[in-house]
Ligand binder design. Structure first.
Ligand code: C5P
Length: 409
């Protein structure tokens, strides 16, 4: 069904234009609003008056209509609706569309639109078979244009038959409905299509000297699973990863870093993002002046004094910078005691939307293991999730983050 859908119907100049009048009726019967655009050729076959009467809408014909262009008319026509349908699509219009020529309103809309385009070609069979037309159709298909027909049968020209007749209005309406069904399915399957998700994962290594470092325990498994799940949900994903021994996930831009300072720099250059999930176990301190040479053992058995300084808090830095902060910002809290109180403190201090808290006491086996038990702590309350595999946890977090993002944008 086409309930509530807004369809820009481009009618170009061919004898099949008379069938567009029936097409308008069929689309409207199915609940669509039809906004007609006619080329000058189309007006040789049917009148804007008839099209306007059937659609009950203003018929757009001119690129330089003062009234409409006042509001960047062709751009609005191209963008503000749900589908651009060309019926009939002549060989000439398809050729111009394929080449990117925009010398009238119809072709300007086609060049400017970011919406699905459905074309119902109608032309003489020889024109359809011509290699020039075939190449144009291939080009347009590669660009994602969907074709309905042409059908075969008698032509308007006496004695001619073959492939070139415009598809019947009912078939064109069905093709339009199928496009909306597919798009709806894609939105369900790939809720993060067109979005950018940034994830930090793994530990950081803070050098003491060229061979020694301070680190946190972290396998990176949960962060890597999150990157994978975000990519599967259709997002462009940047994964900023500390040193781990995991293969790079597919379809993810991985930036490998060592220290917290490098991680912060990589995060800042990867932003902006729609969602950021900071799953890295960043070392809280680094050695104030890491030795350029390996520190030698003292013969008298006296260990070197290591002066530590605090690392930047990446989550907090991003959370408090309005220019950097993604719409949805999520942190983790790995704790061995006072899980919820600590998580709530972090939520506020770091200005995150959620803190995913997990008890990492050695007895839980979460560290380095494949399962995780999460408590989602947000300003709306606390949710306890049952124990799940890290892949399952990741999918659930990504689904919830996508919902939160959709609710905010
Ligand atoms: O304060 P704590 O380290 O427990 O906070 C954990 C959360 O903050 C995690 O999401 C972690 O990735 C993030 N974090 C950070 N930079 C730090 C320390 C923690 O991004 N220097």
């Amino acid at each position: 069904m086409l309930n509530g859908k807004e369809i820009v119907l481009i009618i170009s100049g061919g004898i099949a234009a008379y069938k567009s009048l029936d097409l308008i009726r069929r689309l409207k019967e199915r609940g669509a609003r039809v906004i007609p655009v006619m080329t000058s050729g189309a007006q040789e076959f049917i009148t804007p008056l008839a099209v306007g009467a059937l659609s009950a809408e203003t018929v757009f014909t001119d690129l330089f209509d003062r009234q409409a262009e006042h509001d960047v008319g062709h751009i609005r026509l191209a963008r503000d609706h749900d589908l651009v349908l060309i019926a009939p699509a002549t060989a000439n219009l398809l050729a111009k569309f394929a080449l990117g020529i925009a010398d009238d309103l119809a072709t300007s809309i086609l060049l400017a639109t970011d919406k699905p385009v459905l074309a119902a070609p109608a032309m003489n069979p020889k024109m359809w078979q011509d290699p020039a037309t075939a190449r144009n159709v291939e080009t347009l298909k590669d660009r994602g244009v969907v074709f309905c027909g042409p059908a075969s049968g008698e032509m308007a020209e006496r004695g001619e038959a073959g492939v070139g007749r415009m598809s019947e209005p009912l078939d064109i309406a069905a093709a339009a409905a199928a496009i909306f069904r597919n798009t709806a399915q894609q939105t369900r399957d790939r809720p993060l299509a067109g979005r950018h998700v940034l994830i930090t994962a793994g530990p950081t290594h803070e050098p003491i000297d060229p061979v020694r470092y301070i680190a946190n325990r972290s396998s990176g498994k949960q962060g890597y699973a999150l990157a994978q799940a975000a990519a599967e949900a259709g997002a462009r994903v940047t994964l900023v990863a500390g040193p781990v021994s995991l293969p790079d996930p597919e379809n993810v831009d991985v930036v490998h870093v060592e220290s917290a300072a490098e991680m912060l720099k990589a995060v800042e250059s990867a932003l902006p993002a729609d969602i950021a999930i900071m799953a890295a176990a960043v070392a809280d301190w680094r050695v104030a002046s890491a030795g350029a040479q390996k520190i030698k053992k003292d013969r008298n058995g006296k260990p070197p004094a290591l002066e530590l300084e605090e690392n930047p808090d990446i989550l907090s830095t991003v959370g408090h910078d309005p220019k950097l902060r993604p719409s949805v910002l999520i942190g983790f809290a790995a704790e061995t005691q006072d899980l919820v109180a600590n998580a709530l403190g972090k939520l506020e201090r770091k200005n995150a939307d959620w803190i995913l808290a997990n008890d990492v006491s050695p007895a839980t086996g979460i560290m380095g293991g494949d399962a995780n038990t999460i408590r989602l702590v947000s300003r709306d309350g606390i949710e306890d999730w049952p124990e799940m595999g890290k892949t399952e946890v990741a999918r659930r977090i990504i689904t919830r983050a996508a919902e939160a993002l959709a609710a905010r944008s």
